[in-house]
Design a protein around this ligand. Structure first.
Ligand SMILES: Nc1ncnc2c1ncn2[C@@H]1O[C@H](COP(=O)(O)OP(=O)(O)OP(=O)(O)O)[C@@H](O)[C@H]1O
Ligand SMILES: [Mg+2]
Length: 510
């Protein structure tokens, strides 16, 4: 007997329908799986065999051949257990074949036949809807994750038996419906109004958010670098529905949202530790999962204590910073994940933290300081538009009451983003940090006085060529925050202040 059950597989961020074909014939007992399965799929055999027996069904002592089609896509993960088990039961007439046709089935099985949640349910539900199937059968814990997608039936089952009874018509399981208005984002990290003083730093991050510029902060321990960084998502523009859906897909594939419902509506903040592995940072692994650069998509990737990160890990950031995506090569195929994040890095000005501090003595030798900074490679710095010093917090700052909250800053940021969207219509870029040299010439024109100012500053501050375009882009954002069509002297002068790291490099060379 031949049976067919539909299921799904994940490739990158997308899901594809897979036909699970089961053929049972007489001959020596065997159980073969063909059609590019990975080891987790091959392991299904043992789980399925035990699950079928333990749920009091008959496991055929015959020759079982299983084909996963189309054969050219690699099938990964344990979520084929449930469709394989149903296929075997259908091929042995323990289940009517007709009823299976309308649904896709996914789920891992434990040896006793209960279902276990799997990752990637959201993209699978999207695919089921696109292919006009009636619905999807998922483990109970995954129901809410899939139910965000409207227009398909989402049926949750706790065990193999429940799935069989549902298809036989013996058990009526109501499809779960959910509104996608629900937001399950983690509680956001505080508000900008909690950060006392540090007006310079806050202004700098407002500019960074407005033009989606990458930022590096240099300051002594305890000056609030980490505290401020955590609050950056609260001043970034709200995400559109499409962005929310894409981000939720990423977290679904990463296996972070089983048991929760709704879409992620807040921008992510990811702060990987410096001991992170290459796979953890960019993604990959046996069953490929997105890494930190993808989990930070549309949000902030924060690298605290930047020089502590191994050079090889920082080098891996070059492709995502350049292309806003990451490509992972694997034996069978290459996968691309999106990785459009704002990079925020923090470091102390020297290993002890007090270089050039007015109140503490620095105990580092020039050589130690040099080594510390030399860990940050030029190519990485090249992709960071804003460099700022962070001053220690003064006692008087704690008593100041006039503080701006995140909502107010966010409004100004959103306004500046609208101006940029309008200006770059049809150019396939959306904000100032994406400006190419050609477009900088077009959109960052300077008047006579501004040119003079820039020339002067270049000679006085010994700025490198790499600084030139960054200063113009940041000045463009500052002008946008003021709703000014032209870049004026005052905008340029402020942009020039955000090249502090160049100063360290220059001092060290002397
Ligand atoms: N400007 C500030 N306003 C209010 N509290 C602050 C401020 N700066 C620092 N703090 C307090 O000090 C704590 C330490 O700050 P934070 O960890 O952000 O410093 P840091 O600059 O990251 O230091 P390190 O270089 O050691 O990582 C914060 O959790 C916060 O409670
Ligand atoms: Mg810190």
């Amino acid at each position: 007997m031949l049976a067919l059950v539909k299921s799904c597989t994940i490739y990158g961020l997308e899901s594809f329908l897979v036909d699970v074909e089961v053929d049972i014939s007489s001959g020596l007992p065997a159980f073969d799986i063909v059609g590019l399965p990975d080891t987790a799929v091959k392991e299904s055999r043992e789980r399925v065999r035990a699950a079928i027996k333990n749920q009091n069904f008959n496991f055929p002592i015959k020759r079982i051949t299983l084909n996963l089609a189309p054969a050219d896509i690699k099938k990964e993960g344990p979520h084929f257990d449930l469709p394989i088990a149903l296929g075997i039961l259908s091929a042995t007439e323990q289940l009517p074949a007709e009823s299976l046709k309308q649904y896709a089935v996914v789920g891992e099985l434990s040896l006793d036949g209960r279902t276990k949640p799997v990752s990637g349910i959201l993209p699978m539900a999207i695919e089921v809807k696109e292919k006009n199937l009636k619905g999807i059968i998922v483990p109970e814990e995954n129901v809410e994750e899939a139910a965000v997608i409207q227009g398909i039936e989402v049926i949750g089952v706790n065990s193999l038996k429940e799935a069989v009874d549902f298809f036989k018509g013996d058990l009526n399981i109501k499809p779960v419906r959910l509104s996608n208005e629900k937001d399950f984002s983690p509680e956001s990290e505080g508000d900008f109004s909690e950060v006392k003083g540090q007006e310079n730093l806050k202004r700098c991050l407002e500019i960074a958010a407005a033009g989606q510029h990458n930022v590096i902060m240099v300051g002594p321990p305890g000056s609030g670098k980490t505290m401020v960084a955590r609050r950056i998502p609260t001043i970034l523009p709200s995400m559109t529905f499409e962005e929310s859906l894409e981000l939720t897909k990423i977290y679904s594939i990463a296996g972070f949202i089983a048991g929760r419902s709704g879409l992620i509506k807040k921008r992510p903040f990811r702060a990987p530790h410096h001991t992170i592995s290459a796979v953890g940072m960019v993604g990959g692994g046996r069953i490929p999962k997105p890494g930190e650069v993808t989990l930070a998509h549309y949000g902030v990737l924060f690298l605290d204590e930047l020089p502590e990160f191994p050079k090889e890990i920082l080098e891996l950031l070059r492709q995502p910073l350049e292309d806003e995506k990451i490509t992972i090569s694997r034996i069978s195929a290459t996968i691309t994940y999106p990785a459009k994040f704002m990079l925020v890095a923090a470091l102390n000005p020297c290993p002890c933290g007090f270089y050039q501090d007015p109140f503490h003595e620095c105990s580092c030798s020039p050589r130690q300081i040099h080594n510390y900074f030399s860990k940050i490679s030029g190519p990485l710095l090249d992709r960071i538009d804003i460099q700022t010093d962070v001053a220690p917090v003064k006692f008087s700052d704690f008593e100041s009451s006039s503080v701006t909250d995140s909502a107010t800053i966010k409004k100004r940021v959103e306004n500046a983003r609208c101006i940029q969207l309008e200006r770059y219509k049809g150019l396939n870029i959306y904000y100032n940090s994406q400006l190419t040299p050609g477009l900088i010439n077009k959109f960052c024109k300077l008047g006579r006085a501004e040119k003079l100012l820039l020339r002067d500053a270049f000679e006085r501050l010994k700025l490198s060529a790499r600084a030139y375009n960054r200063i113009l882009k940041v000045a463009r954002t500052i002008a946008d925050l003021e709703e000014s069509d032209n870049i004026k002297e005052i905008h340029l002068a402020e942009a020039l202040r955000y090249r502090n790291l160049d100063k360290y490099y220059n001092n060290l060379k002397m």
